[in-house]
Design a binder for this molecule. Structure first.
Ligand code: SF4
Length: 331
């Protein structure tokens, strides 16, 4: 057994202390034949420190496309030729989407908008939308609206938004290669305010943007320092018309190494599969990930591309004897 896995067994599995950057890098460099061992250990860590439950989440886009920022992987940027137009969802459709999400057994409904940060119009939509959902649907509401001011953080808390998603996307040193219209530090500032407000922090990113394996390890360590409640892990799905449209997809084995490594860096976090997993991992990979440290899935639509149908994931969870996490009794 490679030494790093023995260290991880003693440190992460037994004591619940995540691997540091050097440890993550060693896992990311494991030879192919030891990837199953790393996944097995990551699975044991997840079962020990998080339990068998899987959090099922739905996501809806309140405002799609036409974003003024230039994140090179994103088809919702208005600066590229990718074919996503700016579209707003109305409140009745938002409530309907929340109902459909709740009907799958999901406990989380995340409202997303492709913006640099919310303006008054978006905050008004949120006020009305969250109130309408809370009046009609039994589900926790999360939001992802870009960078926030302190007043906006306070307002979201007041609305009853319990979790906020804002991804760092990639390591601090690689970020300027991927985004030039705002900085990694600006994203970090929003995350700090969200964490201090008492909202749960959801923060992850995308692998396969051209970062080195060292920068992947750096990113995992930076996420671990933030200590988010949830980490969505995406693999680049290269979108036509974006600057990264021609990048190769992450190899399945590298994706599985990353899943194991990120779990070993963050034993207690909700680690979620987000976009791109179908093309990187396929159906088999979904199972491998759930048996390798992943404990949350999105049902239904991703933001701009279609994911697997909800029933396929729910059947898989049933198959794996992993119960869907229930709404907490405190609601
Ligand atoms: S990732 Fe977010 S901020 Fe960046 S272009 Fe896409 S929608 Fe805009």
């Amino acid at each position: 057994m490679p030494e790093i896995l023995d260290i991880a067994r003693a440190q992460v599995l037994e004591r619940g202390t995540g691997l540091d950057e050097a440890g993550v890098l060693a896992v990311l460099r494991l030879p192919d034949e030891h990837v199953p061992d790393a996944l097995q250990l990551a699975h044991e860590v997840r079962m020990r420190w998080c339990g068998p439950e899987v959090e099922v989440e739905g996501i809806v886009s309140l405002k799609t496309g036409g974003c003024p920022e230039d994140c090179h992987f994103c088809s919702q940027s208005g600066l590229f030729t990718s074919p996503v137009r700016s579209v707003w969802l109305d409140i009745p459709s938002l409530v309907e989407a929340a109902k459909q999400t709740a009907a799958t057994g999901a406990t989380e409904f995340c409202i997303v908008a492709a913006v640099r940060g919310p303006d008054e119009r978006l905050m008004k939509q949120m006020r009305e939308g969250v109130a309408a959902i809370k009046a009609e649907v039994d589900i926790q509401v999360a939001a992802s609206l870009g960078m926030l001011s302190q007043e906006q953080v306070d307002e979201l808390v007041e609305m009853g938004v319990h979790r906020y998603n804002h991804n760092l996307e990639t390591s601090r040193t690689y970020f300027p290669n991927v985004v030039t219209t705002h900085s990694w530090e600006e994203r970090w500032d929003t995350l700090r305010m969200v964490r201090d407000s008492g909202m749960e922090v959801c923060c992850g990113g995308i692998l396969g943007l051209g970062e080195t394996v060292e920068q992947r390890a750096e990113f995992a360590a930076q996420l671990a320092e933030l200590d988010p409640h949830e980490v969505p892990l995406n693999f680049l799905n290269p979108r036509p018309g974006t600057p990264l449209g021609d990048r190769p997809v992450v190899e399945g084995k590298d994706a599985l190494r990353a899943i194991a490594a990120f779990r070993l860096a963050m034993p207690r976090t909700i680690l979620r599969y987000a976009g791109g997993r179908e093309i990187t991992l396929g159906d088999l990979g979904t199972r491998d990930g759930l048996l390798g440290g992943i404990n949350a899935v999105i049902v239904g639509n991703y933001l701009t591309t279609l994911g697997r149908p909800a029933s396929a994931d729910l059947e898989l969870l049933d198959d794996l004897k992993m119960p869907v996490k229930a709404l907490s009794a405190t609601l």
